[in-house]
Design a binder for this molecule. Structure first.
Ligand code: FMN
Length: 450
């Protein structure tokens, strides 16, 4: 018997072909997938493809006399552990949000008690339209979960948010939803099957089976980072000038949080030391706030001995005001004033100096010119195991974007990566960590270095 049963809804968008990959990954992860398509979806991908790969009838129209189940929307909706929509059009999102049930998929949504995960994909203007945003908020309030689209080049040749998230990330999130506790409000999930027995509930760490055993959450990439404790610095530090003002930078924390979420999903214990960030931190990690470079230095030094990998993803100020004024500095009587700066402690160098043989130390090099040269020199000077170099002036890269363009440097060489979501880049970085462990036996130990 399959571990989880997933109802995969495919709607009429250009990304419909990616639903095939999602289905294959879910099958490889041990899930049984049943597919429902909207009529428009069949214009993009033939139902036969899904039927051949699932060995199941693909339901498009439950009025079709060829349909083997006369009340398919009820039976289908009650035999699944998750309703996953890939890709979701603006249209299906609108229908779900308004309770419209004028075809098989929308009727299934209303008839289902399973959790719902939606991966939208559409043109940026459709995505940003007030109606779509209103519908998304409504569905979120109804408990529906989303794998948000990412920024990138869209099918319509514009660049913006609306591109379907990477297949691997959609699959990971689907498996994560299946491993979460049931929603209390609404009480939707009550009884779900699994290979090891009936799932009667969900714990934070996995599914609680009827025999009381806790099953660890499944992840698409497996648990290839289990045993690792990854310490990551995130965000931009703030260096106080006086009680009102500070020096800072444009870091949003998106890249570091993406690495944290990806590492968590792959089984690592994750500790994040975060300075100022403009996005929400992921769940399921230990979060320590440290706003200035000195505070971040202190927090990292306290935690680093327990970590197997240190990743410096924060934009840490190199200089801070030498003296912080106790009172707000007044402008009266001054045409200008000089601010004396002093060097801040170098977190990455210090972690590198203190490490034991098997701890990996990884840095980012966000540069505006001679990117690879600076990254190589940083790697050599600070004795790093990996540097992720990116040109923050490139379109689609750098601060506050959802995408990045990076080159990963390790002792084995350079890997230049194209435009990708920060989450996809995070997984590439984690893949390189696995490679480093494999390629150098001195790095292979998985236990902490304390
Ligand atoms: C070539 C083409 C590509 C389309 N791509 C998308 C898309 O990516 N996202 C979207 O929301 N709508 C897209 N549409 C519009 C939908 O197909 C249209 O809104 C349709 O009514 C959706 O029906 P459904 O939600 O029942 O599948 C596209 C239409 C065409 C003709």
């Amino acid at each position: 018997m399959a571990e989880y049963r997933i109802g995969l809804g495919v709607t009429g968008g250009i990304a419909a072909y990616k639903a095939i990959e999602v289905m294959r990954h879910l099958q490889k992860a041990g899930c049984e997938v049943s597919v429902a398509m909207t009529r428009h979806a069949t214009e993009f991908v033939r139902p036969l493809t899904f039927r051949a790969l699932t060995d199941r009838h693909v339901i498009v129209d439950d009025y079709d006399p060829a349909n083997p189940d006369p009340i398919a929307h009820i039976n289908f909706s009650q035999e699944i552990d998750l309703l996953l929509i890939v890709p979701a059009t603006a249209n299906i999102i609108a229908k779900f949000a308004n309770g419209i049930a004028d075809d098989f998929l929308s009727s299934t949504y209303l008839a289902s008690t399973a959790p719902v995960l939606i991966a939208p994909a559409m043109n940026v203007t459709m995505w940003e339209h007030a109606a779509t945003q209103r519908n998304l908020e409504r569905l979120k309030a109804d408990g529906v979960r989303f794998v948000d689209p990412v920024a990138g080049e869209l099918a319509c040749k514009t660049v913006g948010t609306g591109k379907l998230e990477d297949v691997e990330n959609i699959v990971r999130q689907a498996l994560t939803v299946l491993s979460e506790p049931p929603a209390v409000a609404g009480g939707l999930r009550v009884s779900q099957r699994s290979a090891g027995g009936t799932i009667i509930g969900r714990s934070g760490n996995g599914a609680v089976l009827s025999d009381g055993e806790v099953k660890p959450p499944a992840t698409a990439g497996g648990s290839d980072l289990a045993g690792e404790h990854i310490l990551i610095t995130v965000g931009g530090t703030r260096e106080a000038i006086d009680p009102v003002r500070f020096i800072s930078n444009h870091s949003s924390g998106k890249m570091g949080f993406a690495v944290a979420a990806a590492a968590r999903d792959r089984g690592a214990k994750v500790t994040v030391v975060a300075a100022s960030t403009s996005v929400e931190p992921p769940d399921g990690i230990e979060l320590i706030r440290a706003i200035s470079a000195q505070e971040m230095f202190d927090a990292v030094m306290e935690k680093v001995a327990d970590a197997t990998v240190f990743i410096g993803a924060a934009a840490v100020a190199d200089y801070a005001p030498a003296n912080v004024a106790d009172m707000k500095i007044k402008k009266e009587g001054k045409d200008g004033f000089l601010l004396e700066l002093k060097k801040t402690p170098d977190i990455l160098s210090e972690v590198s100096k203190r490490r034991s043989g098997r701890q990996l130390v990884i840095g980012f090099a966000a540069e505006t010119n001679d990117v690879i040269e600076y990254a190589k020199s940083k790697m050599a000077k600070k004795n790093l195991d990996m540097v992720i170099a990116n040109d923050i002036t490139a379109q689609g890269a750098g601060f506050n974007t959802d995408t990045n363009i990076a080159t990963i440097l390790t002792p084995q060489g350079e890997t230049a990566l194209g435009l990708m979501s920060k989450r996809a880049l995070a997984d590439k970085i984690l893949d390189e960590i696995i490679n480093l462990r494999r390629s150098n036996p001195a790095n292979a130990a998985r236990s902490g270095n304390s």
